[in-house]
Ligand binder design. Structure first.
Ligand SMILES: [Zn+2]
Ligand SMILES: [Zn+2]
Length: 329
């Protein structure tokens, strides 16, 4: 990863130029950087979680100039069956700003007006840059609740997505949220997001659900994605409940299909988010409904060193989300 001067993006019909104020480093940026997983293209400007201010446009979009915005990074065809039913994250043509197109780890980024969400003038740009991961969390909760209401949810993994997922479940009406994360440094954030019972090891979760007549939670989210957490997620889903798989740590896992069938468990995968989820996320953040996960600001200049440090070692040395904040020019 290097810092380079590149030609400035230009506004074209339907596309404006955004001056980036805050751009979050996502776990998927790190796995792409190490080449371990994810889409990694040589020379790509990454950064798909960002906010900023529109600074130039062609005449028909002049109203956008000066407007603070959250950027929805997903670009889709808008005409296929998935797009027409609102599942633009399942469009076969779908690409993402900051993954396959130049993104927000830059001072300026070109963004289609259809991917902008206007924010109030006093917006917190770091909060706005959290709209994309929050939308992913909202998407997972909505998928989970689409098969029926849930009184109790279990969230396995309380990193930044897990914490946003806890907050989204609470705002979408789940009152009892059990959380499992072995890293106790994450527990305070899980509680303030809305976690009601927090565990740091799986044996205690087994004991907890052993006393529950249904044997598990109505709704279980695996935000980790190892064979072990996927297996546990199914085991801790109660009869007729729903398991939502979010984490992508491994490609495959053995599951107890006997349990899935006998206990009539609904299994769902959740990937990214659709336009509606993104609008909800931007709306919640704009209205201060979400407490942000811990974060720290850093510069574009430091990005190469930050990526190297963050991908050294198996466990993150810091739990803070890094927000790259390009200096105003
Ligand atoms: Zn992301
Ligand atoms: Zn489409």
């Amino acid at each position: 990863m290097t810092l380079e001067n590149q030609p400035e993006p230009e506004a074209t019909p339907g596309v404006v130029v955004v001056r980036v104020v805050a751009a979050g480093i996502c776990g998927s940026d790190l796995t792409a950087f190490t080449g371990r997983m994810g889409i990694s293209l040589p020379g790509q400007i990454r950064g798909h979680e960002f906010s900023g201010v529109v600074i130039s446009s062609t005449p028909e979009n002049a109203d956008w100039v000066g407007v603070p915005v959250a950027v929805n990074p997903l670009l889709s065809c808008n005409t296929c069956r998935a797009c027409r039913r609102g599942d633009d994250n399942q469009c076969a043509e779908q690409v993402s700003i900051g993954i396959q197109r130049p993104g927000g780890f830059a001072e300026l980024a070109a963004v289609p007006v259809t991917n902008l969400v206007a924010l109030t003038p006093n917006v917190d740009f770091v909060a706005a840059a959290t709209a994309e991961p929050l939308a992913d969390a909202i998407h997972a909760v909505r998928l989970g609740l689409s098969s029926g209401p849930a009184e109790q949810a279990l969230v396995i993994g309380a990193g930044s997505i897990g914490t946003l997922l806890i907050a989204s479940a609470r705002l979408l009406g789940v009152t009892d949220i059990v959380v499992l994360d072995p890293d106790t440094r994450r527990h305070d954030a899980a509680i303030s997001a809305g976690g009601t019972t927090i565990f740091d090891n799986r044996d205690d979760v087994n004991g907890y659900f052993a006393t529950n007549p249904l044997g598990g939670a109505d709704l279980v989210f695996d935000v980790v994605g190892t064979p072990g957490t996927r297996h546990d997620a199914v085991q801790w889903t109660n009869r007729g409940g729903t398991t939502v798989m979010v984490g992508l740590h491994e490609d495959t896992a053995d599951l107890s299909w006997r349990d899935i069938i006998r206990r009539e468990i609904t299994l769902k995968g959740s990937s990214a988010s659709n336009r509606n989820d993104f609008r909800t996320a931007a709306d919640w953040l704009n209205n201060g409904l979400i407490e942000l996960p811990a974060w720290r600001a850093d510069t574009l200049e430091n990005a190469p060193a930050i990526f190297t440090t963050m991908t050294n070692g198996s466990r993150p040395s810091s739990l803070e989300k890094v927000m790259l904040m390009p200096a105003p020019n």
